[in-house]
Ligand binder design. Structure first.
Ligand code: AGP
Length: 608
């Protein structure tokens, strides 16, 4: 998520804003910039990469000025380059804008502005907004911003300054958080409280549709229709660590609870209800090229390999194209049979995993078409594949992958839908699948609302030394993922297995000390899983079962059950993985483990 900080007051703003950006680094970003009014006009400096690059660019030349804005950018549209970094300026270079969010009608506005002679440097929607404000500016920045925002669709948190009004900072919010810091004869605006704490704990929280006008005499909150709004001043009680985690104890828990929103962002703009299909413009594969693909290989590592397995079930079930899932570390050294009708999909949250990158390069060298399902915009894998789609899950800071996993499944569902509708899936089936996808975020929220039940469950099993996770069909990969989550953050040994495979060995492990987690929604293999549960119970095993509401048959058998809302079979992993993420988290926290940075692990394995 982008970071915003702005200042107006008696002090020099340059270093103060840079300090503010440092406080915002935790949000994840790939470029940064600053704009100041230095008495002689507007000065904008921005760089790609880390904040240190901006600081280097500013050595010995931090612009003077007591009014400024600064930004860290997490790229969503447009690569993380200097040109795309914020602040962006209007056509005349007199107005600077920083922005967090997505302007959905930016293309239409850009076209209209080009038609009246505007020229653009970047690929960003933010530059369009800067030009729109400039085009509407008639000497009053506040009114120009209000007029521009009335024409904008989408989400924004913005801060704007103008060389023609060197004593005004205008900010506005719709969908992206923005708060005002109330100091002593100085005022701030920021994406969250972290840059403000060293200056003030008195803040005003803006709500959607509100603007704030900061001057050297104070601030005024209003809506887009000029109506002034009285807002209470609140005191920040949190410390910096708690603010960075949005009030959650750990980044991992924050990211688990972000999943309703991250799923909406993954799906946003891709679902075409009328045609019953998905729009994936970034594939760079025509429908005819997609139809000619006769085999798909999905390659990844770790959690991303688990979502790949779910993709195999989806694509083969709905699009009827053969799929193989390969560990990237194995694929890259095998002698795989690949030709131009093979599509190789690389899945990676970071887009930098060395094995996955090498596997993609090997596939390309052998003539395969390649796609990437990647979270980090502009990452190496995203740049080396021929096409793909970004997850838009937002930065994932916790080493254990959670929201990226469910967003990968959602992205695979979009690809499957696109491909299936080119094959035998009917428009009605496509619409039903779309409806099921649209309902997922709210169903995820229902599960999150019951997190305390999972926490109580974790209390009972936190002293286990081994745990077995069993699932069938599309929930077999969820068993693998649940086991990985537990072992990588709590250091309890755990294994995931296809439920029927238990009889071929692991059943020897079952005794009263072995908790067995069954992922058992009412799908096509429900009766088989009931038999597997009975086999475990007969040997004294403790059974925890994820079940659909009202599954009396398993509720009678299992020692503990946790309810999962209904959805179509192929999408159940997005729901069944949630309680397993929470279970691993609560067990690890109670065992005193470092949940966000587990021992021996890195967030991105960029070496072999
Ligand atoms: C998952 O919790 C782990 N952190 C790890 O398995 C991870 O999924 C794997 O290293 C792949 O990373 P990537 O998705 O960034 O390629």
């Amino acid at each position: 998520m982008c970071g915003i900080v702005g200042y107006i007051g008696p002090r020099q703003a340059g270093h103060l804003l840079l300090d503010g950006l440092r406080r915002l680094e935790y949000r994840g970003y790939d470029s940064a910039g600053i704009a100041l009014l230095n008495g002689g006009g507007l000065e904008v400096i921005k760089t790609s990469g880390k904040l240190s690059n901006l600081e280097k660019a500013l050595v010995g030349r931090v612009p003077s000025g007591t009014l400024g804005i600064a930004h860290t950018r997490w790229a969503t549209h447009g690569a993380p380059t200097e040109i795309n970094a914020h602040p962006h300026t209007d056509q005349d270079g007199n107005i600077a804008v920083i922005h967090n969010g997505i302007i959905e009608n930016a293309t239409a506005i850009r076209t209209a502005l080009v038609n009246i002679g505007h020229t653009f440097e970047s690929d960003t929607d933010t530059e369009v907004l800067a030009h729109l404000i400039g085009a509407l500016f008639q000497g009053d920045l506040e009114e120009a911003v209000a007029a521009a925002l009335k024409e904008v669709d989408g989400a924004y948190g913005i801060a704007v300054i103008s060389a023609q009004q060197p004593d005004v900072l205008v900010a506005a919010r719709k969908g992206s958080p923005l708060i005002v810091g109330v100091g002593t004869d100085e005022w701030f605006v920021a994406s969250d409280a972290s840059p403000l704490l060293e200056h003030t704990r008195s803040v005003v929280y803006l709500d959607d549709g509100e603007m704030v006008v900061l001057t050297r005499d104070g601030y005024r909150v209003r809506d887009l229709q000029v109506t002034e709004i009285q807002k209470p001043v609140s005191q920040i009680e949190w410390d910096l660590a708690k603010i960075e985690r949005g009030g959650f104890e750990h980044f991992m828990l924050k990211e688990i609870f972000e999943q309703p929103e991250s799923l909406r962002n993954t799906l946003r703009g891709h679902l075409l209800d009328d045609e019953g299909t998905a729009r994936l413009l970034g594939l760079n594969l025509t429908d005819d090229e997609l139809k000619r693909i006769d085999r798909i290989v999905i390659t990844a590592c770790g959690t991303s390999w688990h979502s790949s397995l779910i993709g195999e079930y989806m694509i083969e079930e709905l699009a009827r194209v053969p799929v193989e899932v390969e560990y990237a570390s194995e694929f890259r050294y095998r002698n795989p049979v690949i030709d131009e009708r093979t599509l190789v999909i690389g899945i990676s949250q970071s887009g930098e995993t060395a094995d996955t990158l090498a596997a993609i390069r090997e596939a390309k060298a052998r003539g395969a078409r390649t796609l990437g399902l990647v979270n980090v915009v502009g990452s190496t894998i995203a740049r080396e594949v021929e096409g793909g789609t970004y997850l838009h899950a937002g930065p994932e800071i916790g080493v254990a992958s959670t929201k990226a996993f469910t967003s990968q499944i959602a992205a695979l569902a979009l690809f499957t839908l696109r491909l299936a509708r080119l094959k035998d899936m009917s428009i009605l089936q496509g619409r039903q699948f779309i409806q099921a996808l649209r309902e997922l975020p709210d169903k995820v929220q229902q599960i999150l609302d019951r997190a305390p039940d999972v926490e109580r469950l974790a209390e009972e099993f936190l002293d286990s030394s081994n745990v077995l996770y069993l699932g069938r069909g599309v929930n077999f990969p969820v068993a693998l993922e649940g086991a990985l989550k537990l072992k990588e953050i709590s250091y309890i040994h755990a294994e995931g297995y296809p439920a029927a495979e238990m009889k071929h060995g692991p059943i020897a492990l079952i005794d009263e000390n072995m908790p067995v987690v069954f992922i058992a929604p009412k799908d096509g293999v429900h009766s088989k899983i009931v038999s597997n549960i009975e086999e475990v119970k007969a040997r004294g095993g403790k059974v925890i079962a994820l079940v659909n509401e009202g599954d009396a048959e398993i509720e009678r058998l299992a020692d503990k059950t946790f309810p999962i809302p209904d959805t179509v079979d192929l999408l159940t992993p997005i729901l069944t993985s949630l309680p397993l993420q929470l279970f691993a988290y609560y067990v690890a926290v109670r065992r005193g483990c470092n949940v966000d940075q587990p021992r021996n692990l890195a967030k991105s394995v960029t070496v072999e």
